[in-house]
Design a protein around this ligand. Structure first.
Ligand code: ATP
Ligand code: MG
Length: 139
């Protein structure tokens, strides 16, 4: 079993759809506790740095433009086995493949504009959380 924290963002498409409240409810109903949370907007350079791991992927430019196109909600979430369980709650990257009842099935538009981000490992969850939050923001 993995660690007890993960990192998420509600992406600009879901914020524009006014789905922040509905998604936070799914997160809470899924058994996750909010440890830190922020409504903010990434500069293009910040989105580029956040997604540095995808630099060589063909969609990197599109991803960076999209993630800096509007406000987002960033949050650290707590639950047993957080990373894996949260990936289950959000569903597959492409909403066409996402299981019924998942956040992406309900709120994503496309493979690029897919409503939420979820960290893919304990190590990345810690790194991504530290990108947005200091110790004094975590409760
Ligand atoms: P995330 O990291 O946002 O939780 P993920 O882990 O399911 O998503 P990754 O492979 O890490 O998927 O891709 C990161 C993000 O890049 C995706 O969420 C999506 O927004 C975008 N992306 C991935 N594949 C494509 C693609 N083929 N075309 C356009 N955008 C894509
Ligand atoms: Mg990923």
């Amino acid at each position: 079993m993995g660690g007890n924290k993960t990192f998420t963002m509600i992406k600009p498409d879901a914020v524009k759809k006014n789905a922040i409240g509905a998604i936070l409810k799914m997160i809470n109903d899924g058994g996750f506790r909010i440890v830190a949370m922020k409504y903010t907007k990434l500069a293009q350079s910040e989105a580029g740095a956040f997604y540095e791991v995808h630099k060589e992927r063909p969609f990197y430019g599109e991803l960076v433009d999209f993630m800096s196109s509007g406000p987002i909600v960033a949050a650290i979430l707590e639950k047993d086995n957080a990373v894996e369980d949260y990936r289950k709650l959000i569903g597959a990257t492409n909403p066409a493949d996402a299981a019924d009842g998942t956040i992406r099935k309900l709120y994503a538009t496309s493979i690029g504009e897919n409503a939420v981000h979820g960290a893919d490992s304990d190590e990345n969850a810690a790194r991504e959380g530290a990108f947005f939050f200091s110790e004094r923001d975590m409760h």
